[in-house]
Design a protein around this ligand. Structure first.
Ligand code: SAM
Length: 226
């Protein structure tokens, strides 16, 4: 009974994490941007963005990463791409000054067909979005295409198979249930090693990952170079 009552709201939340749309999407976009802030800060720390770099954030959602990245690439350029029109609007609003100054650009587009030319960026990030891509290898090869030689890709996830030796109470109570449910809904729950293997297959070199297994459901950030 409780499961039935919860099913519709949970589906609504899941659908809107995947592709925020309409009023619910707008609300979830705002919640996501705040909820993912610490994960986003952590991911960006590992990217080590330089002042004059050109950076692309794929699946940019409400534009929090774009904002934080543009505070680091102060003399560079930061682009965000998302296939949700609602998230593009939210990202533009969050980055209105950068957009007006021509230092930030937000475009509607798909991870599998990025709206940028070859060798356009020094860094490409994808935060809490990789699970949803229908063809993740195609997305990685697009990231490879738009990176300059020597450029860096980073894929960050909030939920992974990086199990903690001593799980938190939340992980013990909800972890397996949550990941199994997500997999039933078609999400791929990956480990850092899985990400490293996929990056290697996409042609990247020096792939590695860092993990914080105790954070949320196992934070992981995989990085590699073109
Ligand atoms: C869970 S949200 C994360 C948003 C943001 N990166 C963050 O951390 O707050 C996932 C985002 O990825 C976008 N997305 C999912 N699949 C995509 C695809 N194939 N191409 C472009 N964007 C995609 C969704 O529209 C959504 O905004």
């Amino acid at each position: 009974m409780i499961d039935k009552l919860l099913k519709r709201p949970l589906e609504l939340v899941e659908d809107n994490f995947k592709q925020p749309n309409g009023r619910a999407g707008r609300l979830i976009g705002h919640v996501m941007a705040k909820q993912h802030r610490t994960l986003t800060v952590w991911a960006i720390e590992h990217m080590e963005v330089r002042r004059s770099q050109r950076v692309l954030d794929i699946g940019c959602g409400g534009g929090m990463a774009v904002k934080l990245l543009s505070e680091q690439a102060t003399q560079g350029f930061v682009a965000g791409v998302d296939y949700s029109a609602e998230m593009v609007r939210q990202s533009v609003r969050r980055n209105v000054d950068g957009v007006a100054a021509g230092r930030v650009e937000i475009k509607q587009g798909d991870a599998g067909e990025l709206p940028y030319g070859d060798a356009s960026f020094d860094q490409v990030s994808a935060i809490e979005t990789f699970y949803f891509w229908p063809d993740p290898m195609r997305g990685l090869s697009e990231a490879y295409r738009v990176l300059k030689p020597g450029g860096q890709v980073s894929v960050t996830l909030e939920m992974s198979r990086e199990a903690a030796e001593k799980p938190t109470a939340k992980q013990r109570l909800l972890g397996r249930r949550f990941t199994e449910r997500s997999e039933r809904e078609g999400l791929r729950i990956l480990s850092g090693a899985d990400l490293v293997e996929m990056l290697g297959k996409a042609g990247f070199r020096d792939a590695r990952f860092v993990a914080e297994p105790l954070r949320s459901f196992g934070w992981v950030c995989a990085l590699a170079r073109k």
